[in-house]
Structures are given as C-alpha cells and as structure tokens.
Design a binder for this molecule. Structure first.
Ligand SMILES: Cc1ncc(COP(=O)(O)O)c(C=O)c1O
Length: 473
C-alpha cells in the first residue's frame, strides 16, 4: 500500500487519476536533501510496525509555545517584549460582537460546507476582488488552518512549500504522513517558491519515488512580511501546470498589504482551474479566536473532486463551523463600510508599527527587508554572527531566540521553525502585540494618527532599541 494511500481514511475515494497524473507516493524512499524536507511525524502504518504502541511526539506549534513562555514570564512580573505570536492584537469590532450575540441562540449543526449566507458573502468578497465566485465554490471551516489541513489530507500527496514558510504547512503534512519539500523563495521575496527551484524539486522527488501533488503560496507572507511579485506568481503557476500540481494560495493577509497600490496577483488569475484560495477573518478583523475560515475551490474537475473530499473530511472532523460565528462572519464578508474602515485603520496601524520596529533593527546594523504587509518582519543577525558566537555562545537561530527570551524577555521565533537551516540567524518578529495590554489602549492605537508616539508603544520601541544596543558588537 502506498504511503499516501495509507495516510488517507479508507472511506475517502482515491484521488482521481485526472487530478494527479503521476502515481501516488510510494513508501520508504526519499532521497531528497534532508534539510529541505520535513518528514512525516508517523507514517500510518509504519512499514515495520512494532508490536507495541508508540506515540511519536507532536510538539505544540512553535508560535503557541513561545507565547506561553512569555505569558509565564509576564505573570512572574518580568518585563517582556511579546514579538513571537502572530495575533492581530486588536479588539473585535462592536458590530460583529452584536451580530454574534444576536445569533447566539443558533444551536444546530448546519451544513458541513457552511451556511448559504456565509458562502454567498464569501463569494461576494472574492468577486469584488476580481475573481467571480459562486457560493457553490466556497467551503467554510473552523479557521483556515483546519481547512488547509483538510486540503492537504484531501490531496493526499507530498507538498512543496516556500522556504521559509508559516510553521503549520510542514507540520500538518508531517501529521498526514506526507512530506513537505522546502523550496527557497526568490531573493528579496517571501511566500512563493522560486519557479525553477520548484520544477527541480518536483522532478527530484519524482525520481526518488515521491509525488508532489500541491504547492503552497502565502500572499502576502508570514514570516517575512513580504508580498511576492506578480511575475513570480505567474512563473510558479506555469510550473504548477506543467507538473499537474494543485496550487493552494493562503491569502489570509491579503487585505493587510500596507500600500494599497502595490500590485497583488493571486495565482487564481493565472491558473484558475487548479488554484484553491483560503482566507479568514483572524488577521484583517482580529477574530482569530472566533475560528472561522473559508476556502474557494476551482470550478474544474480537480476542483469539484477536491471540494467533495474536503467536505467529506470536514464532516468527519468538525461537522460544521460554529453556527453563531457563521452569522457574524457573513456580515464581515459582506464588508459594510464600518468594517472596511476598520480594516483600513488596522492596516495603517500595522504598517506604522512594523516599519518603526524594522527601523530599530536596521539602525542597530542588522539586515531587515522592509515589511510590506501585516505585522511581521524578518531581520537577519548574520552581520553579528562572529560577535554573538564569541561573546554570547550563540551558534544558531534557536540559541539566539532562547538568548533573547531568557536574557531580555524578547520573544521572537528562529528561522528554523519556518523550514530554514538551523544555522540561519534570521528571526521572525511579530509586532501586533505591542498595541497595548488593554482593549482601551488597543482602541487608542487604532484611532491614533501617530501610534508610535503613544507611551506604551514608544516604550516598547525604546526597549527593542536598548536590547539591540546591548547585544551589538
Ligand atoms: C499564513 C497563515 N495562514 C493561516 C493561518 C491560520 O489562521 P486561522 O486558522 O486563524 O484562519 C495563519 C495564522 O497565524 C497564518 O499566519
């Protein structure tokens, strides 16, 4: 039995031959370079299944783990710089709170794919962004993370992901018993694999007996805060078509591109027949805890098969998204003026603070690509490598993140959790937890024309500068 086949629940029909031209992945063989491939946590069943039940560890997501350490430090009265967690750091809009309260009596499960009004609203959201969409193409789930997991499971083959990329793609692939193949991004970009690199990786994997069935793009990107150029997206789509790959476009940060005039090209424009788009309200409207996400499936043979499989998986894992949340989410995806204004203000705040933090790193002498979207930056401590090694005993990115956390209470994530080499000294810095400790402070940050001058944000910026001064050569 193939590894991919055995990773799938038997109730699901095999992926149609038309969807994936090459045969499914075969067991045991992988000769792709170890550093670029994240291997399964536990293939099901192991080729030589031991008689005793063994449970391979599945670690808590690096982001959530760092957040918990920071919370412990804070409770112990230590000053912390919470730059590890990718939460939007803002209150829910009152309009949405009201809509949720009004829907709270809704206690039935509802359709697996989501309420018709939510699917209609999400279809309208995409249609307004230049990709005409009907409600039948939309599947809703409890967060886009769950939908991404369902999609990877539905595809049932290896996946190519950008290097670096968001922690959960590779982790989810591992849990499904398939491999994530990391493909470097073009220099200066983020969220999209280099097209030639992708082609080479698919071919090498095939020669090693593995089938890459999908490629993930993050537009714009977490961890780098960069938005890939349309030409890079286009080139990648061509390679995906040549190799019959499904494209998964994670566009959860799409509405948070700092410069509204910057060109945004979704792969759905270039390869509509094979592109699945996911998004959610977790970032643009800071509703991460409400757990709602939506996927747009292609209106093609592959798309329809994928949709049915995704709905089948959803029916067995989450049954349906939360009913009251769906009502509020339908309002959000309808984009009334109050909410559009809220997203615009959030975007401006993210842009101001991310730029100010990036400036502190640049002034200290570190390499930091200008953040273009959301609340992330990806500074590189490489210029200080020798100094950090000799004075602090820091040899790799994990050492650096641990040192920053324990000596300075500064929580950041090392590049290695995003699939980069352990030696890399890049770190992901998430800036949205600096907006305040209370909803009142966060609201003031949102309303301010000059948020970086608010005392608590200015103090955090000064502290970042002090930490970097202390660490500098
Ligand atoms: C790139 C990316 N995709 C997806 C998600 C998942 O978000 P949610 O499950 O809240 O929709 C996140 C959250 O951090 C993210 O950064």
């Amino acid at each position: 039995m193939s590894m991919a086949g055995s990773a799938m629940p038997s109730a699901l029909p095999a992926t149609p031959a038309s969807a994936l031209a090459a045969p499914p992945a075969r067991p045991k063989v992988t000769t792709a370079p170890a550093a670029l491939v994240s291997a399964p946590v536990a293939p099901f069943p192991s080729p030589a299944a031991p008689a005793r039940l063994t449970l391979a560890p599945i670690p808590v997501s690096a982001t959530l783990a760092a957040n918990e350490t920071l919370a412990r430090k804070r409770r112990a009265g230590e000053t912390v710089l919470p730059l590890a967690f990718g939460e939007a750091g803002l209150p829910a809009h009152p309009l949405l709170i009201k809509a949720l309260a009004e829907a709270s009596a809704g206690n039935t499960y509802g359709p697996v794919a989501g309420l018709p009004e939510l699917r209609e609203a999400a279809a309208g959201y995409w249609t307004r962004r230049g990709t005409p969409t009907g409600p039948a193409s939309v599947v809703c789930g409890p967060g886009s993370k769950a939908l991404l997991f369902g999609l990877l499971m539905a595809i049932g083959a290896d996946v190519a992901v950008p290097q670096p990329s968001w922690v959960s793609y590779a982790a989810q692939a591992s849990m499904l018993g398939v491999h994530a193949h990391f493909v470097p991004v073009p220099p200066g970009e983020g969220g999209v694999c280099d097209a030639e690199g992708l082609a080479a990786t698919v071919t090498a994997a095939h020669q090693a007996g593995r089938r890459i069935g999908a490629v993930v793009l993050t537009l714009p990107d977490n961890p780098t805060g960069r938005l890939a150029r349309p030409a890079s997206v286009h080139a990648l789509c061509q390679v995906a078509a040549e190799h019959d790959l499904i494209i998964i476009a994670d566009e959860i940060y799409r509405d948070l591109v700092h410069d509204p005039d910057q060109a945004f090209a979704s792969p759905v424009l270039f390869a509509p027949e094979r592109t699945v788009v996911t998004t959610a309200l977790s970032k643009s409207l800071a509703l991460g805890g409400w757990r709602i996400g939506v996927a747009r499936l292609p209106d093609s043979g592959i798309g329809l098969a994928l949709r049915d499989r995704l709905v089948g998986i959803g029916s067995e894992i989450w049954s349906a998204p939360s009913m009251p949340i769906q009502h509020a989410a339908a309002l959000a995806f309808d984009e009334p003026a109050e909410l559009t204004e809220r997203v615009a203000r959030s975007r401006a705040l993210h842009a101001e603070v991310a730029a100010a933090v990036a400036d502190r790193f640049a002034v200290a002498g570190l390499l930091v690509p200008a953040p273009q979207a959301a609340f992330y930056l990806y500074p590189d401590f490489e210029p200080w490598r020798e100094h950090l090694r000799t004075t602090r005993g820091i040899g790799n990115g994990a050492d650096l993140a641990t040192h920053l956390l324990h000596i300075y209470g500064m929580g950041v994530l090392p590049a290695s959790v995003f699939g980069e080499e352990p030696a890399a000294l890049r770190t992901r810095v998430a800036t949205a937890m600096l907006y305040g400790d209370t909803d009142e402070q966060r609201e003031r940050a949102l309303r301010s024309d000059d948020p970086v001058t608010l005392p608590w944000i200015a103090a955090a910026l000064d502290r970042i500068g002090d930490v970097l001064d202390d660490l500098a050569p």
